[in-house]
Design a binder for this molecule. Sequence first.
Ligand code: NAD
Ligand code: UDP
Length: 337
Amino acid sequence: MAVLLTGGAGYIGSHTAVELLNEGYEVVIADDLSNSSEEAIRRVEKITGKTVSFYRCDVREWEALNRIFADNSIEAVIHFAGLKAVGESVREPLRYYRVNLDAAMTVLEGMQTHGVKRFVFSSSATVYGAECPFPYTEDMETGGCTNPYGWTKFMIEQIVTDTAKATGMSAVLLRYFNPVGAHPSGLIGEDPAGIPNNLMPFVSQVAVGKLKRLNIFGNDYPTPDGTGVRDYIHIVDLAKGHVAALVYAEQHTGTEVFNLGRGSGVSVLELVENFERANDIKIPYVFTERREGDIAECWADTTKAKELLGWTAKLGLEDMCRDSWNWQRQNPNGYDE
Ligand code: NAD
Ligand code: UDP
């Protein structure tokens, strides 16, 4: 069975490709490489010893997308492709709405044209309402997004739900919490362009000496140590969640939504301490102002994924810190040689 991964050269897509290939699926990747490198695909092939069919294209280009469906017997699509920088989405809302909505709708149209019935979508914990109590459960109200990027996830969830209802398609919406870490081989990992916005890649770049010190955004939150709390999940666990979602989509119709997290909160200071301990490295840091738009804490209730997908995160914070560092150390400039 061939699975099309749109945006499959990216961070989450490349790790998911490895898990799918290891499980015996054929993998087809469509990616315009706007935020990734073809080298990631070569490394996926190296890790698995299997080949990937790669199409360099913008999935909004109907002709190119159509050819992919025509050339391959695609039975399911995992849709990762899209723009994902929160701050950029605030500055350029129209670009974010245009690219993310158009990409999702074009892919859904391609599936409809070619009779493909299974769809998995990369959504985010950012769709939950700001007033929702923790931990978040999937039945809580959504629409508390604080930026255009988050709203694109909210809107695409609705578009997918309506399309699945109208066409008999089977759709799984995966709400990721905070994916971090890298494949244990150190061959693939997160390769952000420029200065990282997210905590773990920032910490890794401090560790490798590319950045001087970590700025911790706020130590006066109502959390145990005053720093922000998130639900970090190892990228390999997250990738395996996609395999479980595909199996679920094979057996069900309609739309189902699942949180993919570890189900526990970790503060910024805890993450830094774990990184230092796991890798025997000192991470210099200073406390600075809170980052605008940040919430104090956020973590998932993962009961539904455990019960219906039979999936649960297995790797811990130490594994995340060790594998992030292993990737960064071996690839100080990411995929750039
Ligand atoms: P990423 O940027 O590494 O991967 C996205 C990939 O899509 C990139 O390879 C990029 O080149 C490609 N792409 C972008 N627009 C495209 C287009 N129009 N046509 C073809 N390819 C295109 O990001 P990621 O971290 O792997 O995230 C994957 C998905 O998961 C995204 O939709 C993102 O919004 C979502 N998500 C990510 C996180 C996270 O923390 N990383 C959290 C929640 C949700
Ligand atoms: N954070 C920080 N310094 C950084 C990046 C992030 O202190 O350079 C904090 C941020 O305020 C939040 C946590 O780390 O409490 C996770 O931030 P990230 O951007 O990785 O994830 P998100 O906030 O989008 O969930």
